[in-house]
Write a protein that binds this ligand. Sequence first.
Ligand SMILES: NC(=O)C1=CN([C@@H]2O[C@H](COP(=O)(O)OP(=O)(O)OC[C@H]3O[C@@H](n4cnc5c(N)ncnc54)[C@H](OP(=O)(O)O)[C@@H]3O)[C@@H](O)[C@H]2O)C=CC1
Ligand SMILES: Cc1cn([C@H]2C[C@H](O)[C@@H](COP(=O)(O)OP(=O)(O)O[C@H]3O[C@@H](C)C(=O)[C@@H](O)[C@H]3O)O2)c(=O)[nH]c1=O
Ligand SMILES: [Mg+2]
Length: 283
Amino acid sequence: MKILITGRQGQLGSELHDLKESYPQHQMVFVDREEMDLSNPEQILEVLNTEKPEIIVSAGAYTAVDKAESDQELCNAVNHIAVQTIGEWAAAHQAKVIHISTDYVFDGNSETPLKETDTPDPINVYGQTKLQGEQALQASGANNVIIRTAWVYSVYGANFVKTMLRLMNEREEIGVVADQVGTPTYARDLAQAIMTIVEAPVFVQGVYHYSNEGKISWHEFATAIKEIKGLHTKINAIGSDAFPTPAKRPHFSLLDKSKIKEVYQVAVPHWKTSLEEMLLKMR
Ligand SMILES: NC(=O)C1=CN([C@@H]2O[C@H](COP(=O)(O)OP(=O)(O)OC[C@H]3O[C@@H](n4cnc5c(N)ncnc54)[C@H](OP(=O)(O)O)[C@@H]3O)[C@@H](O)[C@H]2O)C=CC1
Ligand SMILES: Cc1cn([C@H]2C[C@H](O)[C@@H](COP(=O)(O)OP(=O)(O)O[C@H]3O[C@@H](C)C(=O)[C@@H](O)[C@H]3O)O2)c(=O)[nH]c1=O
Ligand SMILES: [Mg+2]
């Protein structure tokens, strides 16, 4: 298969690139911002018409959650309009689309693990534009799989784990929110899950939830990073109101992974196992 992957320089794009050698049966073409500016629909179509992929993995996105609040137009162009453009091209050319979305499409008011059938209701601009991207892809008529994931980290790119490692080396004491719970996702595991879907004998269209296994707060996540690394920073558990940010974050974003496990038999490692693996690679 010829597979085109957007967001080459991002966490997920980089992890997919690392898997390239393991899939010699596929032609994996990666594009970054320079080759395909996702805020430029003409350029998206130009690249797709040249490359003619059979599968598009849509991993590129505007992911600066706080900045998005004051940069709505660009965020919408990348997270919504670009996905619509990709979907319409794919529908017209019988290509499949595997698109990545987020737990931030939910409002965080649930108390039970979020299922694909639960109603999204985003509480920030990033989540709103990601939901619009999902809806535009579904409306395009393209054969599509949407994977909603959460709290993604990797040795590549910017993420919470790397921020925590930096802060813990700089400070004696930090505060991390304890009233937002969910599950982190090692981008390498997500990349594997995507390749499992690519390889599946049947492409079953739909929305799927994927993160690592388990349930923790950001505070527990930070504490685990500290313990695994043997650091001594004091990590105070704080409420979201003590860490004001331009964008609101959902208090609960635990995803139910049963559907993707059943339909695609994907592996879902426990968050701690994957965190240990990532931190080993960071050294
Ligand atoms: N990170 C997370 O915690 C989560 C991410 N997701 C979703 O998973 C997917 C992958 O995320 P992740 O790899 O972590 O994100 P990253 O922010 O690491 O990577 C996103 C990539 O998109 C690229 N990009 C942004 N704007 C444009 C543009 N205008 N034109 C072209 N490329 C652009 C970035 O390019 P550049 O490097 O040049 O800036 C970057 O390479 C995204 O769809 C995201 O919404 C879902 C849940 C959690
Ligand atoms: C740096 C820092 C963050 N926090 C809080 C803020 C926030 O609630 C939480 C995580 O911080 P982040 O900046 O990593 O959060 P954020 O960028 O909102 O992460 C999100 O990114 C987008 C792209 C997604 O799709 C989501 O799944 C999620 O991963 O930790 C602290 O409490 N203390 C700190 O020192
Ligand atoms: Mg962030």
